[in-house]
Design a protein around this ligand. Structure first.
Ligand code: APR
Length: 289
């Protein structure tokens, strides 16, 4: 089954079969039958902290909200990128075919925002889970590269990366961190047009990344869902998979999302404030201080 990303183009997608196309959730009740028990024996923050501390295997799904405190705009909600722009004009293969210069100008603008940004305490807390030595898979929908900059290494970038470019003719991929002025659209050495190395609506996700993400969701003890509106599939299906496989699922978000009612613990607040509270870093042994 192919997995494509869709928010605007694919209608009536999910539940049941897992598809890897970018797809939007239509309405809050599509999460279906999976319902989590919510009998907590402790305060939600302590409970989340204990579960994370006891876990041998952790999977994390992040979205634009985790980078908001680094100054990167989210897609939806106040100030979101899709408030005054249409994905159909900027984030589809059809848009690129119609006006590659316009699409590139938008990506250059986004690169400039990201180039000026630093990882925040939310990114840093997640990098520390990996550093603790437990199995940790960080699955992100973000293309900004801030998780890697924070030190995360076991990272699956489901929607690609803002700094990658791919030739539409020969398929060659390059990484380019230089966002200085150049004629747009840029060209490959073969003469073909380069496109941003991200996954647009209606396109397939990288097969290996989505396969590994599904595996991580199905085999973790704890699944953390951080700063995502949980409306874009297939990423939004991963927490449901984790619940179905018996994991404890913790959501961290400023607002309630369609997924909140299914999370075992749903924490309201900023990733940069809550993640450092629930991810305890073991103190340095005195001999190392
Ligand atoms: N801390 C926690 N949550 C936050 C914060 C914060 N500081 N700031 C915003 N949020 C939450 C919002 O409440 C919202 O639920 O982050 C979420 C951001 O949602 P979206 O803008 O929809 O971003 P995301 O879920 O990553 O979007 C998925 O949509 O357009 C596509 O491809 C794009 O990868 C993106 C996908």
């Amino acid at each position: 089954m192919v997995a494509t990303v869709s928010e605007v183009l694919t209608v009536g997608f999910f539940p049941g079969a897992f598809s890897a196309k970018l797809t939007r959730l239509h309405g809050p009740n599509r999460l279906g039958a999976v319902h989590a028990a919510k009998q907590l024996s402790a305060h939600p923050i302590s409970q989340a902290r204990d579960w994370i501390e006891d876990a041998q295997s952790i999977a994390v799904l992040t979205g634009a909200g985790i980078s908001a405190e680094s100054g990167i705009p989210t897609f939806r909600g106040p100030g979101g990128l899709w408030n005054n722009r249409r994905p159909e004009d900027l984030a589809t293969p059809q848009a690129f075919a119609r006006d590659p210069k316009l699409v590139w100008e938008w990506y250059v603008w986004r690169r400039e925002r990201v180039a000026a940004a630093q990882p925040n305490p939310g990114h840093q807390a997640l990098a520390k889970v990996e550093a603790r030595g437990v199995q940790c898979t960080l699955i992100t929908q973000n293309v900004d590269g801030l998780h890697r900059a924070a030190g995360s290494r076991n990272l699956l970038e489901l929607h690609g990366n803002l700094w990658r470019e791919r030739c539409v003719v020969c398929g060659r991929e390059v990484e380019n961190h230089d966002s200085s002025a150049r004629p747009l659209p840029p060209r490959c050495s073969c003469g073909g047009m380069l496109r941003p190395g991200v996954v647009w609506f209606g396109e397939a996700l990288p097969a290996a990344a989505i396969d590994q993400a599904v595996q991580a969701a199905q085999h973790c003890d704890v699944f953390l869902v951080c700063g995502t509106s949980a409306v874009v599939y297939p990423a939004a299906a991963l927490p449901q998979r984790a619940i179905a496989a018996g994991a404890r699922v913790i959501e961290v978000n400023l607002e309630e999302t369609p997924f909140s009612q299914f999370a075992h613990v749903s924490l309201r607040g900023k990733c940069g404030e809550l993640l450092p509270q629930i991810i305890r870093v073991p103190p340095c042994p005195e001999s190392l201080i």
